[in-house]
Design a protein. Structure first.
Length: 266
């Protein structure tokens, strides 16, 4: 695996940029939008086009690898070998209304461990890359989490869930508590990019109450590799899984306990 990593990394970056170019063709135009299962959960024709382009591009070079992607699901997922975790358009709602805060996310899981993450925000031409044990870059420049230690000086973002399971009511309550303790608390609607912002120090934390693997795979590696901390809401070290469950907090590590104190009764 080690002798292939550079080839794989090159493939991931090229696939992300290819998908980003496809998204930019559709951005701001009229396109087909459909509803998926769950509240306010939509998919556009460009989610589908982007995902197909990514998978076709990677499969052409690595036909033996498995895939878990948001729109096509489990395609030959290999539980103990090499799998790609793909979100072809993170921030679909933003994209659909002409909001430029969206991205492509690709991660590589080897023996159940995330070893590579790529997030590309095409509108900004920003390419985040994380490789396990080698740190994180933004457009080839090393990035690190922030050093802010006080919640009142910190900015955090949070996500909601499309599942109507009571989590959103809990998160709405938590949001009120965040606003009392933190300088700002927002929901920008593109979780992988928001996790990348924690890794680069633009945010101090991101909180997500109901995980989909493609929503976090690349981003949590970036936070870990840039000096931050990733746990669930009970402050247990987060272990990545391809199942669709769980909670996650990614932070600079210095304000983590303040987040846990708010979410401890989750």
């Amino acid at each position: 695996m080690d002798n292939l990593i550079e080839e794989i990394l090159k493939c991931a970056k090229e696939a992300a940029k290819l998908a980003g170019a496809i998204l930019m063709v559709g951005f701001g135009t009229n396109f087909k939008i459909s509803n998926k299962e769950g509240m306010n959960n939509i998919v556009t024709e460009y989610d589908i086009k982007s995902e197909k382009a990514i998978i076709d591009f990677i499969r052409d070079k690595f036909p033996e690898h498995g895939f878990l992607a948001e729109e096509s699901g489990n395609d030959n997922l290999k539980s103990n070998t090499v799998n790609w975790i793909i979100d072809p358009l993170d921030g679909t709602t933003n994209f659909s209304i002409g909001n430029h805060f969206f991205n492509v996310s690709i991660a590589l899981v080897y023996k159940k461990e995330i070893v590579l993450g790529v997030i590309f925000a095409p509108f900004f031409d920003q390419l985040f890359v994380a490789e396990k044990g080698k740190g994180v870059t933004l457009n080839n420049i090393k990035i690190k989490t922030s050093n802010k230690k006080k919640p009142i000086d910190s900015m955090m973002n949070f996500g909601y869930t499309y599942e109507d399971d009571g989590a959103n009511k809990k998160m709405a309550y938590a949001h009120a508590q965040f606003l009392l303790k933190f300088e700002h608390a927002h929901n920008l609607g593109a979780s992988e990019l928001e996790l990348a912002w924690v890794a680069m120090g633009r945010l101090e934390a991101y909180v997500l109450p109901h995980i989909k693997p493609w929503d976090i795979a690349a981003g949590i590696l970036m936070i870990s590799e840039s000096g931050g901390k990733v746990t669930d809401f009970k402050n247990k070290e987060y272990k990545f899984t391809t199942s669709e469950k769980g909670t996650v907090i990614g932070s600079n590590g210095k304000i983590h306990s303040s987040l846990i104190s708010i979410l401890k009764t989750w």
